[in-house]
Design a protein around this ligand. Structure first.
Ligand SMILES: [Zn+2]
Length: 247
């Protein structure tokens, strides 16, 4: 293939711009904020699950507390009734009197046992409320952290977009100067060679694969017509002769 030396050098410019565009796309895909947001999303799901469990536990404790309080109330009402009967002097038989007094004493013991249960439930409820408040704080913190990461990501994406726009404009200008057949070869080689289709020969070395050319290869490069499109024997990329090729 033939191409004016100036067009071959332009191909190196195009290659440089494409490498820059590749770097920018890679940067956009691998922004640290992306994995940070993913991590925070997972954390928020986990926290919300824990929050739901804490709400359920609190609801259960509410019911347990109401039940315990109503148990206390029942015993208290019965003890009050017995006490009123005793004070009214309605019970005259010594045996009934003894039985009533024994029941009142037993109800008092039962009431204090049940009051212990109420206190215990209230303590557990307080702990559960504390846990819920802690979780709410953690959810707020994670959400704020996520928002900050999201803002940083948007900023970085905008910055990258500006750079992509400017590189794309430069690319259009440069690509317009390159003959079609050379451009087509470039596109094909770029696909085959991890994005690098053209390289400069610099100080006797191919900048694509970094290998030094042999004496024979260097002689060929030197003797080939300037408009001959040369290829690296090793990596098959377009090898462009430049001022400091060392020929
Ligand atoms: Zn090479």
């Amino acid at each position: 293939m033939k191409a004016e030396p100036v067009h071959q050098v332009r191909l190196l410019d195009l290659q440089e711009i494409d490498a820059e565009l590749d770097r920018l796309k890679h940067r956009a895909r691998t922004l640290p904020e992306i994995s940070e947001i993913r991590r925070l999303d997972a954390r928020l799901v986990e926290l919300n699950d824990q929050m739901a469990a804490a709400e359920t536990a609190l609801g259960d404790l509410d019911r347990e507390q109401r039940k315990a309080e109503s148990d206390v109330e029942q015993v208290r009402v019965r003890a009050d009734r017995d006490t009123r009967r005793l004070e009214a002097g309605q019970v005259s038989s010594p045996r009934d009197l003894e039985s009533l007094q024994s029941e009142i004493a037993s109800l008092a013991r039962r009431q204090s046992e049940l009051e212990e249960i109420v206190l215990d439930v209230m303590e557990r409820r307080e702990a559960a409320e504390g846990r819920r408040a802690e979780l709410a704080k953690a959810v707020d913190a994670a959400a704020a952290e996520r928002e900050a990461a999201e803002n940083r990501r948007s900023e970085a994406v905008l910055e990258i977009k500006d750079e992509v726009d400017s590189a794309t404009q430069r690319r259009t200008r440069v690509a317009g100067e390159i003959p079609d057949d050379l451009a087509a070869l470039y596109v094909k080689l770029r696909e085959q060679n991890a994005g690098v289709a053209a390289a400069a020969l610099r100080y006797g070395r191919c900048e694509g694969c970094k290998l030094a050319l042999s004496t024979v290869e260097l002689r060929e490069m030197r003797s080939a017509p300037a408009d001959e499109v040369m290829r690296c024997e090793n990596c098959r990329r377009v090898l462009v002769r430049v001022d400091d090729s060392g020929l």
